[in-house]
Design a protein around this ligand. Sequence first.
Ligand SMILES: *Cc1c(COP(=O)(O)O)cnc(C)c1O
Length: 429
Amino acid sequence: MKKEPFVTLEKLNEITEKFPTPFHLYDEKGIRENAKALKEAFAWNKGFKEFFAVKATPNPYLINILQEYGCGCDCSSETELMMAKAVGCKKGDIMFSSNDTPEKEFRYADEIGGIINLDDITHIESVEKALGKIPEVISCRYNPGGVFKISNGIMDNPGDAKYGMTTEQIFDAFRILKSKGAKEFGIHAFLASNTVTNDYYPMLAEVMFELAVKLQKETGAHIKFINLSGGIGIPYKPDQEPNDIRVIGEGVRKVYEEVLVPEGMGDVAIYTELGRFMMGPYGCLVTKAIHEKHTHKEYIGVDACAVNLMRPAMYGAYHHITVMGKENEPCDHKYDVTGSLCENNDKFAIDRMLPKIDKGDLLVIHDTGAHGFAMGYNYNGKLKSAEILLHEDGSFEMIRRAETPRDYFATFDCFPVFEKLLQDEDELK
Ligand SMILES: *Cc1c(COP(=O)(O)O)cnc(C)c1O
């Protein structure tokens, strides 16, 4: 299947007249259609709620769009909680799925109406200490260990993952929490990441629903929700078949009716914490070719670098690249597409067959809407880019400005050297 950008060259030329490259561009239309499809796919479940994994794309303007479709926020740090509060999340709209958590973050999460999802049994004590009580609604994260095998060779390794409680621990945790006053319980598990198959959620649901039945029976705890968390993937590669959220929703419904309903648990709400699936395909990194180099290999240097998109450097992840305006030209040039970091892994593509690239060409790096901008860092003193939202009517607006040297030096603002640094910056202009 051909991967096409959600934006035309004509529109990009219009945008780059106002905002210099590089920048992340988001597709409001795509975000809306997908959020609506998710909502419809789980409409059979009365309590269904998606808690958007804020870490994937922590931008209030984008989260606002998701909120129109009933989404809340899944957070795991103080600043993510602050953002959830700032976008208007109310009691029950925030899931706090953290790990290795400082006590004060439990307190803050509880204060702003978040549901605490415990990653470890020892956190019962931390929460009790932090809050002076155990909240009435509480959740526990499960890790069955071993290998989680899904269809067609797709699998992941919960046994190697730092998250969650063992089976024995989660039963103990439920008993302890119940004895300390918890009234409503949730369970959560994230057993495989970026699954491009419609089978992951239904298979996870089966594990979780069976666990829920046992937990309710053996501990007498009332299960209010089952959180299937994130993990639904997106097709980064052109030959991958995208997930069909309707098929996934139906698959979960079938297991729900087979396992939970006969046990009188037809009131259990399904929660999700999707990040990548909600935003990944609806963002791209727009960058310009600024340099070509012919040495032992053919290099195209662009004005973005791993600071703007870390996944290729970090995981060797594939991100499709479209050379704008050359969509129909033959891919007869083999390039490494590089950023400017003093790190040889700063390459958006290695040995990629692309049309001949000329200086000044605009490149769209696909599927950067989740875990893209968000993973950014400041190595080599590189600054983070702007984020721009493309509206359905073709208009666009900046939803985060690009960093300036002032931002980079801001953490020196309590030192005399700060003024000097900024003075120098002003003189440069
Ligand atoms: C990262 C994360 C998610 C989102 O994962 P995706 O792969 O983006 O769907 C959800 N929940 C938790 C606890 C996470 O850490």
